[in-house]
Design a protein around this ligand. Sequence first.
Ligand code: ADP
Ligand code: MG
Length: 240
Amino acid sequence: MIVFEHIRKEFGGRTVIDDVSLRVEEGEFFALVGPSGSGKSTLLRMVNRLVTPDGGTVRVDGTDIATLSVEPLRRGIGYAIQSVGLFPHRTVGDNIATVPRLLGWTKAAIDERVEALLGLLHLDEPGMASRYPRTLSGGQQQRVGVARALAARPRIVLMDEPFGALDPLTRESLQVSLKAIQRETKTTILFVTHDMDEAFGLGDRVGLMLGGRLVQTGTPTELIRAPVDDVVREFVGGAR
Ligand code: ADP
Ligand code: MG
């Protein structure tokens, strides 16, 4: 579904992505994990063309995305990030409805979808859809960010530390909700985190990035049982 082929990226003459190749399969929850600065966000942002690779090809459904128009590409891909980025002057419902509206869904279809997502993400306090983001807790805002990313039922969702900066309980509850939604909808998710436990808990497969290189890819069990080297062993040892 998402294929990275020999991807390379430099910033100011420094290589930050070094010959990364990766296939994320359809319907898979893929967790890309690694320490801060290892290149995870840069790689993820190539899929919706917020970053352009200096070398290599990114394919979605077999098509080199460099040949596609950016706007339709982005509309077809959900994107949720740590800083949420909700529109402050729009209600929760309007925030969630952003992409469905761009796609021309009917009002009835949008309302139904908003209600369903509020339920799925445990945002079902009365009147939630008509509240403004500033009246929500940080955890609730992040849930709205996730709901917005899922709203138009995209086949691909990119998530960049979407649960960062949350207390452990809220985080765990969101992880459970997301995993359930992903299983049910068979959405392909590329999820970036620096948290080993989160990656191993969520990912059908995990890719470990270190210093711009993808050092190992496999199921959590494979990484734990058969790390390719001592460096991987040490990182994986940090996960429960
Ligand atoms: P991660 O998401 O794993 O923390 P990033 O992909 O954000 O890592 O960054 C990888 C490296 O690229 C870091 O050293 C970061 O400073 C650098 N970098 C990322 N974006 C830019 C940019 N727009 N300009 C210059 N350097 C950047
Ligand atoms: Mg990052």
